[in-house]
Unconditional design. Structure first.
Ligand SMILES: Cc1ncc(COP(=O)(O)O)c(C=O)c1O
Length: 474
C-alpha cells in the first residue's frame, strides 16, 4: 500500500485531526505560499494524487476545488490544475535572507504620455535598422531559396543561420560550438522560457539572479514556474560568496556587461563562478544580451568558452538589429539539448524561415559586421552626449560600469537615506525626461540610482536630457 506521495513528499497522518481534505488544502497552500509550487506549476491529476496518498479521489477533488475558490489554482482544459499568478507569495527567506520570487510576467514599463525625452533602457536606435542592406539580402535569399526552404524546417533553426552564427560567435565571443549545438530562438526571452521549462521538468524551482538585475529576465522565468533568489552585484559582478550561500543550483548572469550596473564580471569572480558550477554539476545561464556594443575595447570572451558543459549561453539580435526581430540563439550543455529542442518544437515549431536566411546572408557577406560598426560609433557618441549633459550640471556625477551597451547607471550615494530614486524619477519625469529608477530593477536594498537608456535619442537631445536629470539630482 502507498504511504505517501512523491509529490512534495506529502504524508498524511493516519487520521489527521482536521480531516484529510483540510490537511491536504493546508499542505498545498503552504507549498504555494512558500514558492515550492510556483506559478504555472501543474498539480498531479486527482486520480494520481489520490492513489499516491491512498485517500479517496473525492478528498483530492474537494481540496483542489477549495484552492480554486481561494484563487490559488485554476483548471485548464487539456493541462489540468495549475498554480495561478494570483497565488504569488514571494516572501520566502533564503540562506542569505533574500526573498525568492516567482510572479506574473510584467510588461516593459512605458513612458507616460507627454514626456519629451524617453530614456527607457533596452531599446536600440530603431531608425538605424539597416533597411537597404536587409532588402538586398532578402532579394538575394529569395533568388536562391528552394521551395523546401520555406517549409516547416528543423526546429533548431535553419542550417545556414546556425552555421554562420556558430562561426560568428566563435570569432567574436570565443564560443565553442558547432552548427548542430545551436538552437535558434525568439530572443533571449524565449531562451530563458525554454530553459525554465526544461529546468522545472528536472525539479529545479529557483535560479539565482543578479540584484540589481534584469527584471524582464526574472519575470520571464517566473512565468514558466522558475522562481528567483536575488544575489548582490558589486563592482566585480555577482557576489559568488552570496551565490554559494543562496542554495540555488542555477545562476543567471550578464557577465560581459551586467544589466543594469554595467560592470564586467571580474576574472576572480569568473573563476569562482565556474568553480561553483563545476563543484556540483550546476548550471550558469549566460545572458550575453549586448556584448557586441563595447566601445572602448573588445568585450571579454564569453563564459561558455571556458566551460561549455556548465554554461547555457544566449544572445540575440535585439540590441544589434531590432527587438522586433525576435531572433536569438541558445547554446546549452549537450545533456539539456534534446529537451530544449522538444520545448522549442512544442512552442512554435521553430523560428520564421525567411528572417533566419536573411540574417545568415548578412553574416556571411559581412553586412552584419558593417552595420554593427556603424551603430557602435553612433551609440558611443550618444553615450558621450548624455554624459556631457550630466557633467555640465553635475561634474561629480557618478557613472558606473564600462563604456558599453545601450544604457548607463548613475548612482547617487550623496542622496542615500535622503531621497528615494522612485521619487527622483518622478521629479525627473516632471522635468520632461523618463528614466528608470534603479529600485525598479532590484529587490535588495541599496543606494539610489537611475538607469538611463541613450540609444534611441540623438546626441543634442541626450545632452539636454542629461542636463535636466542632473539639475534634479545634483
Ligand atoms: C539583460 C537583458 N536580457 C534579456 C533581454 C531580452 O532580450 P530579447 O529581446 O533577446 O528577448 C533584455 C532586453 O532588454 C535584457 O536587457
Amino acid at each position: 500500500m502507498s504511504t505517501g506521495s512523491d509529490f512534495l513528499q506529502l504524508r498524511p497522518a493516519a487520521a489527521p485531526a482536521k480531516g484529510l481534505t483540510t490537511w491536504l488544502v493546508d499542505a498545498l497552500r503552504t507549498a504555494i505560499r512558500q514558492g515550492r509550487l510556483p506559478e504555472g506549476a501543474r498539480l498531479p491529476s486527482t486520480r494520481v494524487l489520490a492513489a499516491d496518498l491512498a485517500v479517496s479521489r473525492g478528498v483530492v477533488v474537494e481540496a483542489y476545488q477549495r484552492l480554486a475558490d481561494e484563487g490559488l489554482v485554476g483548471a485548464h482544459t487539456g493541462v489540468g490544475t495549475v498554480v495561478t499568478s494570483l497565488a504569488r507569495a514571494p516572501e520566502v527567506r533564503t540562506a542569505v535572507g533574500a526573498p525568492v520570487e516567482s510572479g506574473p510576467l510584467r510588461m516593459p514599463l512605458p513612458a507616460p504620455p507627454g514626456i519629451a525625452f524617453d530614456l527607457s533602457p533596452g531599446v536600440p536606435d530603431l531608425s538605424a535598422f539597416p533597411r537597404a542592406a536587409w532588402l538586398r539580402a532578402e532579394r538575394a535569399v529569395l533568388d536562391d531559396a528552394t521551395a523546401a526552404d520555406l517549409g516547416y524546417g528543423d526546429p533548431r533553426g535553419s542550417a545556414p543561420l546556425r552555421r554562420e552564427l556558430a562561426g560568428w560567435l566563435g570569432r567574436t565571443r570565443g564560443i565553442r560550438a558547432g552548427a548542430d549545438d545551436l538552437l535558434v530562438v525568439g530572443g533571449v526571452a524565449q531562451a530563458l522560457a525554454l530553459l525554465a521549462q526544461t529546468l522545472r521538468a528536472r525539479g529545479v524551482t529557483v535560479a539565482a539572479v543578479e540584484d540589481p538585475g534584469s527584471r524582464g529576465a526574472r519575470d520571464q522565468m517566473a512565468h514558466w514556474g522558475l522562481g528567483s533568489v536575488p544575489v548582490r552585484v558589486d563592482g566585480h559582478g555577482m557576489r559568488t560568496d552570496d551565490l554559494a550561500a543562496s542554495g540555488a543550483d542555477v545562476a543567471v548572469l550578464t557577465p560581459a556587461h551586467q544589466f543594469p550596473t554595467g560592470v564586467v564580471l571580474s576574472p576572480h569572480r569568473r573563476q569562482a563562478l565556474l568553480g561553483w558550477a563545476a563543484a556540483a554539476e550546476r548550471l550558469v545561464i549566460e545572458d550575453d544580451y549586448d556584448a557586441e556594443h563595447r566601445y572602448d575595447r573588445a568585450p571579454v570572451a564569453a563564459l561558455q568558452a571556458s566551460a561549455p558543459d556548465r554554461v547555457a549561453y544566449t544572445g540575440s539580435t535585439s540590441k544589434s538589429l531590432a527587438p522586433g526581430m525576435r531572433l536569438g540563439w541558445l547554446i546549452a550543455p549537450a545533456p539539456m539539448r534534446a529537451d530544449l529542442i522538444a520545448a522549442k518544437h512544442a512552442s512554435d515549431l521553430g523560428n520564421a524561415a525567411l528572417p533566419q536566411l536573411v540574417v545568415a546572408h548578412l553574416l556571411a557577406t559581412g553586412g552584419y559586421e558593417r552595420h554593427l560598426r556603424t551603430v557602435r560609433k553612433r551609440q558611443r557618441q550618444r553615450r558621450d552626449a548624455l554624459l556631457s549633459g550630466l557633467r555640465a550640471e553635475f561634474p561629480a556625477v557618478r557613472v558606473e560600469g564600462v563604456a558599453a551597451g545601450l544604457h548607463l547607471l548613475v548612482t547617487l550615494p550623496h542622496l542615500a537615506g535622503r531621497a528615494d530614486d522612485t521619487e527622483l524619477a518622478a521629479r525627473i519625469a516632471a522635468a520632461g525626461v523618463f528614466v528608470h529608477p534603479l529600485s525598479w530593477h532590484r529587490r535588495l536594498p541599496g543606494p539610489p540610482g537611475l538607469v538611463l537608456g541613450y540609444a534611441a535619442e540623438p546626441p543634442d537631445r541626450l545632452h539636454e536630457a542629461g542636463r535636466r536629470i542632473a539639475r534634479v539630482v545634483r
